[in-house]
Design a protein around this ligand. Structure first.
Ligand code: CMP
Length: 316
């Protein structure tokens, strides 16, 4: 009896030990998982901090620009796009003189540049065509560790995408952040026509893709001008606008904004107060009406490219 009791106790102990070890193994796995999670949260916090700092830099720029605008012309409505009508040093009449040179790239480099442009808060709203053209015109360059790529306060002439290595961003001698591969920098001075907002120094040997101010602004303006003339043509095709002078059409084209709807989306609901005038640039729109709440919706007409609706909104 005494022996079997001892065996039983030993077996119980072994079992309890195995259970404990399994419990410990599961805890270790959980700790590993939590550490990974913590690392990725730290990464996210770092990225958000970088974005926040950049936004602070540009909020100051926009604030200064806004103050200037409100003293000269009164308060202005902000455009939806991050990159708007900041005055550029490029004369539109020189646009056709600028030839954009293209530089060949590997598939990996092309993808890295495109992703970097699309991840950048100030460039992600660019049209896909603009992103492709900017990518195409970027040329390779490299610098050694310790070189100053951008000096705070200088006039900006180049936008960069970091392909390899690390750079450090400092402002008035204080470190703001370090930036790794696949990141755009040097965009603020070009987009906002201001001096460089920070100093960027190579922490390692670095490989960069670069585009100069003139090439960058040409791509932005050409698309802008093409859009403007397309919008003016749309407006001219609306019979009630045909008598309007060219400068009025042009001003209307300035405030036209492109909006996308998916198949089946409602654009205007019958009975709702209208505040927007629409011109169809692509696709079809079904107009339906209900004579009384108990009636079925009746399709009245189908509108296509160049047709317009919501004109009552313009009459107030
Ligand atoms: P730019 O002002 O043209 O030149 C310095 C660049 O440093 C700037 O564009 C941004 O790309 C980058 N930069 C400025 N402020 C920050 C910041 N707070 N965090 C990360 N990058 C920044």
């Amino acid at each position: 009896m005494a022996v079997s009791k001892t065996c039983g106790t030993l077996r119980d102990l072994q079992l309890a030990l195995r259970l404990k070890m399994e419990e410990l193994r599961q805890r270790d796995a959980l700790i590993d998982e939590l550490e990974l999670e913590l690392d990725s949260q730290d990464d996210l916090i770092r990225q958000l901090q970088v974005q926040l700092d950049r936004h602070r830099s540009t909020t100051q720029l926009q604030g200064a620009a806004g103050d200037a605008a409100s003293t000269v012309e009164g308060p202005q409505r902000m455009k939806r796009q991050a990159i708007s009508a900041e005055p550029t040093k490029l004369d539109p009449s020189q646009l056709s003189d600028v030839t954009l040179k293209s530089y060949s790239k590997t598939k990996e480099s092309s993808e890295l540049i495109q992703r970097a442009l699309m991840d950048n808060d100030f460039m992600k709203h660019l049209e896909h065509g603009q992103i492709l053209t900017i990518m195409d015109c970027m040329h390779p360059t490299s610098l050694t560790k310790g070189c100053v790529v951008i000096q705070e306060g200088d006039d900006g002439s180049t936008v960069y995408v970091l392909e390899e290595g690390m750079v450090e961003v400092t402002k008035q001698g204080q470190k703001l952040c370090s930036i790794g591969h696949g990141t755009v920098f040097g965009e603020l001075a070009i987009l906002y026509n201001c001096t460089r907002t920070a100093t960027v120094t190579a922490l390692t040997d670095i490989k960069l893709w670069a585009i100069d101010r003139q090439g960058f602004q040409t791509i932005m303006m050409r698309t802008g001008l093409i859009k403007h003339s397309q919008y003016t043509d749309y407006l001219r095709s609306v019979p009630s606008f045909q008598e309007l002078p060219e400068d009025v059409l042009s001003k209307l084209a300035d405030v036209l904004e492109e909006t996308h709807y998916s198949d089946g989306d409602y654009i205007i609901r019958q009975g709702a107060t209208g505040d927007t005038f629409f011109i169809i640039s692509e696709g079809q729109v079904k107009v339906s009406q209900q004579n009384s709440p108990s009636d079925e919706l009746q399709v009245v007409k189908t509108l296509t490219k160049g047709d317009w609706f919501g004109e009552q909104a313009l009459k107030g």
